[in-house]
Design a binder for this molecule. Structure first.
Ligand SMILES: Cc1ncc(C[n+]2csc(CCOP(=O)(O)OP(=O)(O)O)c2C)c(N)n1
Ligand code: SF4
Ligand SMILES: [Mg+2]
Length: 351
């Protein structure tokens, strides 16, 4: 993938995090996307979230498939590990990498086309395994890279730039993920950084599979009247169910919250998320409540946003498989290799 370095300009008074790094240290190359593309705003939110969490940049691994969205890992965390895989296959690569080293913070970036069509099977099984990663869908309702065909996320009745009407119902990634057994599901909008950054931080810290579906308008092919993924439509139909704050383990919880109006969720590493309910009847710890809320709002043409579902009690892939705490690269092959005799014994069982 082509890479254009950003000029190294550093303001003398720029803020530093606990590691002494600035937000610029979390950036990547120059974006080559269309000016105004929602995906660039998501990149900026990711940079901010990683900076605020004070995770060393080399402790991240970025993975993606194919699409304009899947190009974006080139634009953040330039000092991190990364792999740009084939179309829809990012979850397999993320699974393999996670097995080899469970210490990284894995960020998968995908598109609505990459995930909901060719990559649907892979998406389903990454969720089912509760793979430890933050999985982002940069959702614009079209295949942006291949010039604006409807994706499986395009709403029935919405129109393409040239006027064709989409006759097929949309697949909702959040409802689908909750049904597949996902343990962290959120939805946001690329144009709402205040909502998006805490959700990204919480998703990075969640043990297991964290999905954030982000409406991210394609200004070139899907930002017209008749689109339900345009900036205008999203702003008009944005319906936050919950507001999210993220508090790292070392920080005291200072925020005031009234019981019944807000919930405190402790993550496995001791950090907390504070969820302030905007919709009082909504319970993000109930799969049924999350599904019915999403279904109701879909029927009303609204876009429900915020953390929609969380379950911290489920074991992640590593707990289930009792995988090695030590990265494979650091294992002493002579000690962990079962040897030729053991291999012969195993083979004998299958004769
Ligand atoms: C196996 C395969 N089939 C089809 C394509 C063509 N193709 C490239 S990107 C893409 C869809 C991208 O859409 P999406 O994931 O929504 O990303 P966006 O560009 O909208 O961000 C398709 C169909 C391909 N590269 N590989
Ligand atoms: S074609 Fe659409 S999705 Fe791709 S970079 Fe341009 S605005 Fe973004
Ligand atoms: Mg798309």
């Amino acid at each position: 993938m082509s890479f254009m370095a950003k000029p190294a300009v550093r303001h003398p008074k720029i803020a530093v995090n606990d590691l002494g790094l600035t937000v610029r240290d979390y950036e990547g190359g120059m974006s080559t996307l269309c000016a105004g593309c929602g995906h660039d705003s998501i990149t900026s939110a990711l940079v901010q979230a990683a900076f605020e969490l004070s995770i060393p940049t080399h402790r991240f691994a970025k993975l993606s498939g194919i699409g304009c969205s899947s190009k974006t890992p080139a634009y953040f965390l330039r000092d991190s590990h990364g792999f740009n895989s084939t179309h829809g296959r990012m979850p397999s690569v993320a699974t393999g990498a996670n097995c080899a080293n469970r210490d990284f913070c894995y960020i998968g970036v995908s598109g609505d086309g990459d995930t909901l069509s060719i990559g649907m099977g892979q998406f389903a099984h990454a969720i089912r395994r509760n793979l430890n990663m933050l999985y982002l869908i940069e959702n614009n309702g079209v295949y942006g890279l291949t010039k604006g065909q409807f994706s499986a996320a395009a709403d029935k009745g919405s129109t393409a730039k040239r006027g064709e009407v989409n006759m097929q119902p949309a697949i909702d990634p959040c409802q689908t993920a909750i049904t597949f057994g996902a343990t962290f599901v959120a939805r946001s909008f690329s144009g709402d950084k205040d909502q998006l950054v805490p959700l990204l931080k919480a998703g990075m810290k969640h043990r297991g599979f964290g999905l954030v579906d982000i409406i991210s308008p394609c200004v070139t092919f899907n930002d017209h009247e008749g689109s339900t993924k345009s900036y205008e439509y999203t702003r008009e139909h944005f319906s936050p169910a919950i507001a999210t704050d993220f508090v790292p383990p070392a920080e005291e919880i200072k925020a005031q919250y009234d019981e019944g109006e807000a919930m405190l969720v402790e993550l496995h590493d001791g950090s907390h998320i504070i969820l302030r309910k905007i919709d009082k009847d909504f319970d993000p710890t109930s799969r049924i409540s999350a599904l019915s809320k999403l279904q109701e709002n879909t029927e009303a043409g609204e876009i429900t946003t915020g953390l929609l579902f969380i379950d911290e009690s489920q074991p992640g892939m590593h707990e289930v498989n009792n995988s090695s705490q030590t990265p494979m690269v650091d294992l002493d092959f002579n000690v962990v290799c079962p040897g030729n005799d053991m291999l012969q014994k195993i083979q004998a069982r299958y004769r």
